[in-house]
Design a protein around this ligand. Structure first.
Ligand code: ZN
Length: 364
């Protein structure tokens, strides 16, 4: 199911086998939370040749509902994307407090933001939804403590997450679908260790490192990643949830992380920060007003082939949705080629040099 092919110090290059093909690691997943990318169609997503994309089972469970997706023949057919799809499950942190009615050991009680209907999401229901949606790789339901939680709150939340994961394992009967466990623990080293060790004892197909990148300092985040990867088994994939800047990805890859996802590249694109092979640029600034060159000479995406900086700046200035599409596409495409470079450098044993180069280009 997962195999490490080449190791370059801590960094690994491997293969993840799923129902919808093999994904080469390390990879970065464009986000399609509601079974659609933001300003990007499924055809756009295919065109950038990602190893995998990620949707959110919890959000899809609420709308359009898992029954409709099941009738469509699963998420791949529903959204017309035939490559690897991951599904996260713990989307409830996206619910505003006004919708959340409380978390108990049983599950999460809330009102749907779409129609106000009351719901109780249990780990068993979440697993059933994941199986109906039919993504290739799914996450067990976890209890995500918000950033700034006290140690006591995190201890409490870990206990609940561990219990829910044990129940999820029992409820997950689709053997073709890979099930990942999510290691929590906030930024407390002993809790990170405890949660990671517990997840390993349940023997999942892969492991997610969750509850990070929520506002803690970068060094703290990497320290927690280091604790997790030192415990996780070598022959299982490791997924650092929510990390998506080039400079953070190279550091996490150096710690042995294989899988990433984040809205960071598209969010930046919508706010006019473009990722290029020479670092970041702000496309809406005056200096590009009459710049009729391409965004990135080293990028072969259709945006860089067909449009100029002056045109992209103009679209940014008039805040046109097509400008958002072009910018989102380029940044997402850039991320895919960036991950290809990472894989190539690991294979060639030159990853550390590349990591330093990226750190230099993308330092803040
Ligand atoms: Zn481009």
């Amino acid at each position: 199911m997962f195999e490490v092919i080449k190791q370059d110090n801590g960094a690994r290059q491997g293969k993840l086998r799923t129902e919808h093909g093999i994904a080469s690691t390390p990879f970065f997943m464009p986000v399609a939370t509601r079974a659609v990318g933001r300003y990007m169609t499924s055809d756009d997503l295919k065109l950038m040749r990602p190893e995998a994309i990620i949707a959110n089972a919890f959000v899809l469970y609420l709308n359009p509902g898992t029954e409709l997706i099941r009738k469509a023949g699963g998420i791949h057919k529903f959204m017309n994307f035939d490559k690897v799809i991951f599904n996260d499950c713990g989307g409830f942190q996206m619910l505003k407090e006004s919708f959340l009615e409380g978390t108990t050991n049983k599950g999460i009680k809330f009102r749907s933001p779409f129609d106000g209907a009351p719901h109780l999401l249990t780990p068993e229901k979440a697993m059933q939804a994941e199986m109906d949606i039919k993504a290739d790789v799914v996450m067990a339901l976890d209890d995500v403590p918000p950033f700034g939680s006290t140690k006591e709150q995190i201890v409490d939340s870990i206990k609940r997450t561990h219990d829910w994961h044990k129940r999820s394992k029992g409820a997950h009967t689709d053997k073709k679908q890979l099930l990942f466990g999510i290691c929590q623990g906030g930024t407390y080293p002993e809790l990170r260790k405890e949660s990671t060790e517990y997840m390993v004892s349940l023997d999942f197909d892969g492991y997610s490192i969750g509850g990070l990148c929520l506002g803690e300092p970068k060094q703290k985040m990497l320290e927690m990643v280091g604790i997790a990867t030192s415990i996780l088994p070598r022959d299982k994939p490791r997924y650092l949830m929510g990390v998506g800047s080039p400079e953070d990805i190279v550091e996490a890859v150096a710690h042995g992380v294989d899988v990433f996802d984040s809205i960071y590249p598209t969010q930046n694109a919508r706010h006019d920060t473009m990722f290029t092979s020479k670092g970041k640029i702000k496309i809406d600034t005056a200096k590009y007003k009459e710049d009729f060159t391409t965004l990135d000479d080293n990028c072969d995406c259709f945006v860089c082939r067909d449009y100029t900086k002056a045109y992209l700046r103009y679209l940014a200035k008039i805040d046109d949705p097509m400008g958002k599409r072009l910018k989102s596409y380029h940044n997402s495409y850039f991320m895919q080629r960036f991950m290809e470079n990472i894989r190539m450098h690991i294979k060639e044993g030159t990853f550390d040099g590349y990591r330093k180069e990226i750190r230099e280009l993308y330092k803040r």
